[in-house]
Design a protein around this ligand. Structure first.
Ligand code: FES
Ligand code: FES
Length: 151
């Protein structure tokens, strides 16, 4: 039995300890905000938080997530998260949307640890989140907008 705490809710699941966390979140629990892109930690579409830090859930076995707080895009509710989501809307960041929950999860992690990131900080934090619609300029602007709103 695997015990997972996702967005504050406990789940007891009869699943393989090696199952990728993304599979458990999407296919077993039914939360579909985190997306499957590459499956090999190269695109960031599957990004969720484990104890507040952004991780790639496609390559994280559920056994490693036991006893930790897992947060998905559906459960984001911190002050930073709200500022990020507001900035995303204000600057109309999203195009097709497929990568965007991963982008937001990484941005919230960045701003939670570094409230006033510079361009290099943003590039370093976000360079694992690929966007085939090329929203990178708006993502960066929205992170700066969120940072400004939090001062
Ligand atoms: S699906 Fe996890 S990094 Fe691409
Ligand atoms: S908005 Fe389409 S992949 Fe990023």
């Amino acid at each position: 039995m695997i015990e997972l705490t996702i967005n504050g809710q406990s789940h007891s699941l009869e699943i393989d300890p090696d199952m990728p966390l993304l599979w458990a979140i999407r296919d077993v629990i039914g939360l579909t905000g985190a997306k499957y892109g590459c499956g090999i930690s190269q695109c960031g579409a599957c990004t969720v938080h484990l104890d507040g830090k952004a991780i790639r859930s496609c390559v994280t076995p559920v056994s490693l997530a036991q006893g930790k707080q897992i947060t998905t895009i559906e459960g984001l509710d911190s002050k930073v998260a709200i500022a990020v989501q507001d900035a995303w809307q204000k600057l109309d960041v999203v195009q097709c949307g497929y990568c965007q929950s991963g982008q937001i999860m990484s941005a919230v992690d960045l701003l939670s640890s570094n409230p006033q990131p510079g361009d290099d900080d943003i590039d370093n934090a976000m360079n694992g989140n690929i966007c085939r619609c090329n929203t990178y300029v708006r993502v960066r602007a929205a992170i700066k907008e969120a940072a400004k709103s939090l001062t």
